[in-house]
Design a binder for this molecule. Structure first.
Ligand code: FES
Length: 104
């Protein structure tokens, strides 16, 4: 497990997905309130970038802009078709005012 500094919470706009390049991975980060969620930036249906989609703040889900599948931000689960498989999700830790994402 390796931790990567991804900045501070204030650098993320609530509900606006932001693509992150961390290590070898392309990720999508979404802030809701004081929480930052990080998933793989690749829909499990047809490998479309999730960072182009809209966020459902109430349910803490992100929509794939291509065919409309919804993914739960807390664990990457596919909650609506046409996606059926989850996307990778990663733990974010708050450390002395900064955010660290842990990657395997
Ligand atoms: S590519 Fe994401 S739902 Fe089809």
């Amino acid at each position: 497990m390796t931790s990567y500094d991804v900045g501070t919470l204030e650098e993320f706009v609530e509900g606006v997905p932001r693509q992150l390049h961390v290590g070898e991975r392309v990720l999508v980060a979404v802030r809701i309130d004081e929480q930052l969620y990080v998933l793989d930036d690749r829909c499990s249906h047809e490998e479309f970038s999730l960072s182009e989609g809209d966020v459902d703040l109430e349910n803490a889900e992100i929509e794939c802009a291509r065919h409309g599948a919804m993914f739960r931000l807390s664990d990457g689960a596919a909650v609506t078709l046409p996606a059926t498989r989850p996307v990778g999700h990663y733990l974010v830790r708050h450390l002395e005012g900064r955010l660290e994402v842990e990657l395997p």
